[in-house]
Design a protein around this ligand. Structure first.
Ligand code: SAH
Length: 202
């Protein structure tokens, strides 16, 4: 998997080392475990997929994490991305709308020893997690219909918001954006194209 990620352009050695440490098979349904290290997204439920390793690595690399950072993830799903973030940052706050997925992810994260770095909330991630803001990085792992202004407001100065946007009429390809907060203002760059499940409203 690491060789493939390198060939696809992932350069950050800290991200690659972290990918090597997190056991992806522990986060996928048992029937799909033989595919855990293939570069493909795997279905967790009708509304959730664990993203392909390349996309997880790409988003994590774009977040440019430092060990002291506090990170918010919207869309916990299996907890895999949260575990990876916990390898690279101080504290991870992750929000999942589906209560069953939230319970399962919390159990997996606890079993693998990530509980001390990851706090999980079952609820609507569109609201962010204001009690713990500001965050140095925010990753949205479901496609937002528009620019997530509320999440941007919870970014620290110099922070990075990584999110896929499903603009109207764009059902098969989403744009992946990085928005940096500079002097309180958003500075947006397009990272590429991707495909995510929709970010739902509660
Ligand atoms: N990052 C996950 C994959 C996420 S799939 C992983 O590593 O496994 C997208 C997830 O976003 C799904 O679990 C879905 O239930 C969740 N989701 C959708 N809308 C949401 C919302 N408004 N708030 C929080 N989670 C949401």
């Amino acid at each position: 998997m690491l060789e493939l990620l390198r060939r696809q352009g992932i350069r950050d050695e800290r991200v690659l080392r972290a990918m090597a440490r997190v056991p992806r098979h522990c986060f996928v349904p048992e029937a799909l475990q033989p595919l855990a290290y293939a570069d493909q997204a795997l279905e967790l439920s009708s509304c959730a997929t664990i993203s392909q390793p390349y996309m997880v690595a790409r988003m994590t690399e774009a977040a440019s994490l430092s060990p002291a950072d506090r990170v918010l993830e919207v869309g916990t799903g299996s907890g895999y991305q949260a575990a990876l973030l916990a390898e690279l940052a101080q504290q991870v706050f992750t929000v999942e709308l589906d209560p069953d997925l939230a319970v399962a992810a919390a159990a997996t994260l606890r079993q693998l020893g990530y509980a001390h770095r990851v706090q999980l909330l079952a609820g609507d991630g569109n609201r962010g997690w204001p009690e713990f803001a500001p965050f140095q990085a925010i990753l949205v792992t479901a496609a937002a219909p528009t620019f997530p202004r509320t999440l941007f407001e919870q970014l620290a100065e110099g922070g990075r918001l990584i999110f896929p946007e499903a603009a109207a009429g764009q059902s098969c390809s989403h744009r992946l954006y990085k928005v940096e907060r500079q002097h309180g203002q958003p500075r947006t760059s397009l990272l590429g194209y991707c495909r995510f499940v929709p970010l739902r409203s509660a």
